[in-house]
Design a protein around this ligand. Structure first.
Ligand code: GLP
Length: 264
């Protein structure tokens, strides 16, 4: 596990974009797992800039969104379909047929979930899963007590998440389709971004707490290639800050590709 603490949120977002762009340069047909929320917005903007100004080519990239509100049509203003198109997909050259987002308006949700899992497998699996984290420690919409082996399914949202997300988007559905923790753990690499003091407790539990379904993100401790990118406030409750900084220094020397420096 690599814990990268970057005081400035803008620089942290650029660092995340650099890791994603480096993944795409090394493997142009990469499969990316995409999050929504406020946290990745800076990373998406920077990737769009890199596409426009530095020639980062996403024409062979495939994407799978983590989740979608259940019951919302694609065109609904609060759908993650709209969010992902407006903030990322409409501004880069990913082919529409390669951008996958669960269909929240599906009548046969069991089939939709099974088909989504199958589609991920058919592409050869996710190369880089990008994540945010909720205050409940959720990744995707895997709320506390989600099975750590869960697959894509419907999940009831917690009161805390409904409260947090409706502050941003107004009334939202209370159920969502989300890929599972088991699905996330099958990604080859994982990048989790967390900014702001509201995330500090969830981040500390995820990185230093026991592995428990009470904090879904703690399951990431079982994954061999996870990078956390945090700002100071999100890192505030970590106990081993000095150690994490030393690990980052060593990684820059020994495995610079983990930090998006493979072409430097
Ligand atoms: C939502 C999404 C998560 C996201 C989380 C945090 O519930 N399903 O994927 O990580 O919220 O959102 P924000 O980045 O806005 O804090």
């Amino acid at each position: 596990m690599l814990v990268v603490i970057i005081p400035d949120r803008e620089k942290a977002s650029s660092q995340a974009a650099k890791i994603v762009a480096d993944q795409i340069r090394r493997k142009p047909d990469s499969v990316l797992g995409l999050p929504t929320g406020n946290t990745p917005l800076g990373m998406y903007s920077e990737l769009i800039r890199m596409h426009r100004e530095e020639g980062v080519d996403l024409s062979r990239v495939t994407t799978f969104n983590l989740d979608e509100y259940f019951g919302l049509k694609r065109e609904h203003p609060q759908s993650f379909f709209r969010y992902t198109h407006e903030n990322f997909l409409d501004h880069v050259n990913i082919k529409p047929e390669n951008a996958h987002i669960p269909d929240g308006a599906s009548k046969d949700f069991s089939k939709t979930c099974a088909d989504y899992e199958a589609a991920i497998k058919n592409t050869g699996g996710i190369d880089l899963q990008i994540l945010g984290i909720g205050r409940t420690g959720h990744i995707g919409f895997n709320e506390p007590t989600s099975s750590l082996a869960s697959r894509t399914r419907l999940k009831t949202l917690s009161d805390e998440t409904i409260n947090d997300n409706s502050k941003i988007s107004g009334d939202i559905p209370t159920v969502a389709i989300t890929i599972g923790i088991g699905t996330i753990l099958e990604a080859r690499n994982i990048l989790l971004l967390a900014f702001g003091e509201a995330k500090a407790e969830a981040v500390a539990k995820a990185i230093e707490g026991p592995i428990s379904s009470s904090c879904s993100a703690s399951a990431l401790q079982m994954h061999p290639h996870v990078t956390f990118i945090l700002d100071e406030s999100a890192a505030a409750k970590l106990s081993h800050r000095g150690y994490y900084d030393r690990v980052v220094e060593q990684t820059l020397k020994l495995s610079p590709e983990r930090l998006g420096h493979s072409n430097d």
